[in-house]
Design a protein around this ligand. Structure first.
Ligand code: NAD
Length: 463
């Protein structure tokens, strides 16, 4: 196991000040400079793909194909899109005006915010750090990255390689845990972009409030998947199984629990069992396609949840702490109030709630916090619309799960306790930009302005 060197606490204020100074120097403003940095970021990921894959394997046994799909592939695509579209995204946007301003030049100009802090989470440790950085760099900011200290190997590798590919004066890394992040948060930033749990999200937001720093919070929650009795059960089972057990269930938008219309629950469980076997073979533990729980704390948290459930474990349920291994697990007939419906699971355990009418599920979802994602599986798009119309969530997918994260131009983010703000594609650029409203007037024809100059005569009032 590689050890991750934390940044000495006393160095942190200077690192941040240096980034502010770099921003003030203006070097990040030209679009060509930004594109160079984005190319560097792209090459960092492309040329070291294998090393990053190995690091993620050491962090949580992440299968290489999952790594490519969910981490390096999307970061590279974000870089390519940003380089291709930067001129368009950064262009002045003319604003329509009335007669009075018809001779003026009125527009918004997309300006960098300044120095921004990006704090990543461990479950997609490279993606959640570098994908937001693409938007921040494209928008012309100086950027401080704080990788998750939980994904040690990934954090150590990105720290070593980043300065080889990008300008360290404008893009820098600080490593550490709570103590280092606390010192970081005492510094003044122009924006903070945080991915992680809601509890820490509150810490971030209150620290940001002291400087009136705006935040983007990419948080989690309990994302439900509704399964209607009219669905193609086999297809739904296959898509749900891969979404839930990808990265061993450690995805912020994994289906957290199912709300299944009574009558199809047994067939759904049987089909999911068959797909789990098809994906991972008879012995999941020896499969190269199945990840592990990231550490002992999370393992024990999940084990406790599983031990406390009053539902019936119908698939899986085996755990082995020494290997941080939990089998893909389905728990049937889970009722409101169960340990598995209490907080976000973030692991390979899928509780199934059975309802007579999906409207009961809608009422249940609406009693809780707005989730990051909501899924509906049905042949009936009207029914799906009805469920979507009557609930709230950060994102929605009908008849699939998790795909919303990898559609380059689809903004991604939560609502309410699942987060605020969004990113990906142009939305990332906008998140890290200020649309500066601008009016440029000539000095001629000042008589058109007479009405606003005192004295305010009656004649002016009747104009
Ligand atoms: P976490 O909140 O424990 O850690 C994330 C980051 O916060 C790390 O960099 C860590 O160093 C820092 N941190 C931890 N405690 C801190 C403290 N007290 N003060 C300051 N900083 C602190 O989250 P996690 O366990 O890494 O991630 C799991 C959660 O994140 C889940 O709820 C999941 O749904 C959510 N998540 C959301 C997204 C998304 O895109 N919306 C993506 C991944 C994970």
């Amino acid at each position: 196991m590689v050890s991750l060197a934390f940044t000495p606490l006393k160095e942190i204020p200077k690192v941040v000040q240096d980034l502010h100074d770099t921003f003030q120097s203006g070097i990040t403003r030209p679009l060509e400079y930004r594109k160079e940095q984005l190319k560097g970021l792209h090459n960092l990921v492309q040329e070291n793909e294998e090393a990053f894959r190995e690091a993620a394997f050491l962090d949580s046994h992440k299968p290489p194909t999952e790594y490519m799909i969910s981490e390096t592939g999307t970061i590279r695509q974000e870089c390519i899109d940003a380089i291709k579209n930067l001129d368009k995204w950064a262009a002045k946007k003319p604003i329509k005006t009335g007669l009075i301003n018809s001779l003026d030049n009125v527009y918004t100009r997309m300006e960098p915010l300044g120095t921004v802090l990006i704090i990543g989470a461990w479950n997609y440790a490279l993606n959640l750090l570098l994908a937001p950085a693409v938007g921040a760099i494209a928008a012309g900011n100086t950027v401080l990255l704080k990788p998750s200290e939980v994904a040690t190997h990934t954090a150590a590798l990105v720290t070593k390689l980043l300065p080889v590919y990008v300008d360290r004066r404008s893009i820098h890394i600080v490593n550490g845990g709570v103590a280092e992040t606390t010192v970081l948060l005492e510094q003044k930033f122009d924006h903070i972009f945080y991915t992680g749990s809601g509890n820490v999200g509150k810490v971030i937001m209150s620290a940001a409030a002291k400087h009136l720093t705006p935040v983007t919070l990419e948080l989690g929650g309990k994302s439900p998947a509704f399964v209607s009795a009219d669905v193609d059960v086999n297809v739904a089972a296959r898509r749900l199984a891969i979404a839930k057990f990808f990265n061993c269930g450690q995805s912020c938008i994994a289906p957290d629990y199912l709300i299944v219309q009574r009558g199809i629950e047994e067939e759904l469980v049987n089909r999911m069992r068959a797909h789990i076997q098809e994906f991972y073979g008879a012995s999941v533990q020896t499969s190269d396609s199945y990840a592990r729980i990231v550490n002992r704390n999370h393992f024990q948290r999940l084990q406790k949840m599983l031990e406390a459930t009053k539902g019936k474990v119908v698939v899986g349920g085996e755990t082995q702490e020494s290997d941080l291994f939990i089998t893909p697990t389905l728990v049937l007939n889970v009722q409101p109030g169960d340990s598995l419906l209490d907080s976000e699971i973030f692991g390979p355990i899928l509780p199934i709630m059975v309802v007579d009418d999906l409207k009961e599920g809608v009422a249940y979802v609406n009693k809780g916090d707005q989730p990051l994602a909501l899924y509906v599986y049905s042949r009936n798009f009207k029914l799906a619309d009805e469920i979507v119309d009557n609930t709230r969530s950060g994102t929605v997918v009908v008849n699939d799960s998790m795909v919303q994260f990898v559609i380059p131009d689809l903004p991604f983010g939560g609502t309410g306790p699942s987060g605020m703000g969004s990113y990906h594609g142009q939305k990332s650029f906008d998140t890290f930009s200020h649309a500066r409203s601008t009016v440029v007037k000539g000095l001629g024809m000042d008589q058109f302005n007479n009405i606003r100059y005192p004295p305010y005569t009656e004649k002016k009032m009747s104009w």
